[in-house]
Write a protein that binds this ligand. Structure first.
Ligand code: FPP
Ligand code: MG
Length: 307
């Protein structure tokens, strides 16, 4: 059974597209549970589709070796489940009301059940990974540790206007780029691709992940919730200062001065949050962050030149 939400038509590579089209059904089976509550919560984001970028990267990387669909499907499903699990936990931490065009799991069932559902999905992912053997299991475990470390770094730096750009980008690599690099490495490993190809694909994934997160952070400031399918302005209200904010705050002009007065404190009145958002949107930080994202997209493309 394939639903409209299992859209893989955007994929150009035929082998990748055909595999990705079958992923939805595999995911539904992988998370099945006797308990109705856990089943409904586990299926919530799976049923809403999403881009399925990480599985697609894994399938694509595997086309550089011997493409054996069955183990690749298990690996792809595991990484999508780790990703969805991290979103369930992230939305609890960010107190996000919306995800993928609907109420978030935490908004619908509360934080305790959302955290449990996320952990359940992570456990299902672990079972799939264990079936793939030691090396894939170790690669994925290490990546999950990095995700947690990156997320923790974000929490530890909440409301920190002194956070350096290098410190911020290191956090972005850990919390996001890791889960773009892993599918590339894992796809290459499982298909027996050559070591130089695996390295090139991993570099591609890492830079793509950075470009993705930097763009996502700009959209949180400039995008519309109706288009993004999730609430906007969440990061700034929660004291998570992304690159455009850090750059806007450091501007030596009236806008930068006003932002330094408004931010850096744990409580922001809604009116002040609106003012701060407007100041960041009007700052040069937005365009310069998109320029950094483009640089990483370019570096991702360059990494593919050797393939
Ligand atoms: C979304 O970022 C969240 C992440 C990229 C990582 C979240 C990681 C964890 C919660 C820890 C690890 C969890 C597991 C299960 C391994 P964002 O808030 O910038 O993006 P958003 O705008 O889509 O919410
Ligand atoms: Mg979030």
């Amino acid at each position: 059974m394939r639903t409209a939400n299992d859209n893989s038509d955007w994929l150009v590579c035929e082998q990748t597209r055909l595999a990705a089209a079958q992923l939805g059904l595999f995911l539904r089976k992988a998370v099945t549970a006797e308990d109705v509550q856990i089943r409904v919560m586990a299926l919530d984001l799976i049923e809403r589709g999403g881009k399925r970028l990480r599985p697609s990267l894994l399938f694509l990387a595997a086309t550089y070796g011997e493409f054996v669909q069955e183990p690749l499907m298990r690996a792809a499903a595991a990484l999508e489940l780790v990703h969805i699990a991290s979103l369930y936990h992230d939305d609890v931490m960010d107190r996000a009301p919306m995800r993928r065009n609907g109420a978030s799991v935490n908004a619908r069932w509360g934080n305790a059940l959302a955290a449990l559902a996320g952990t359940y999905l992570f456990a299902r992912a672990s079972a799939l990974l264990a079936s793939l053997g030691d090396i894939p299991n170790q690669m994925a475990s290490q990546a999950s540790v990095e995700l947690c470390a990156g997320q923790l770094q974000e929490v530890e730096n909440a409301y920190n206007l002194e956070l350096t750009e290098a410190g911020h980008l290191n956090m972005v690599v850990r919390k996001t780029a890791t889960l773009f690099e892993l599918p590339c490495r894992l796809g290459a490993h499982l298909s027996g691709a050559s070591a130089p190809h695996a390295e090139a694909l991993a570099t591609y994934g890492r830079h793509l992940g950075l470009a993705f997160q930097l763009t996502d952070d700009v959209l949180d400031l400039t995008g519309k919730a109706s288009q993004l399918g999730k609430a906007t302005g969440v990061d700034l209200r929660e004291g998570v200062y992304s690159l455009p904010v850090l750059r806007a705050v450091r501007q030596q002009d009236a806008g930068g001065q006003r932002l330094r007065e408004l931010l850096g404190q744990a409580w922001l009145a809604e009116e002040d949050a609106q003012t701060a958002l407007q100041l960041v949107r009007e700052s040069a930080g937005v365009a310069s962050t998109l320029a950094v994202a483009r640089e990483h997209a370019q570096r991702a493309r360059e990494a593919l030149a050797t393939l």
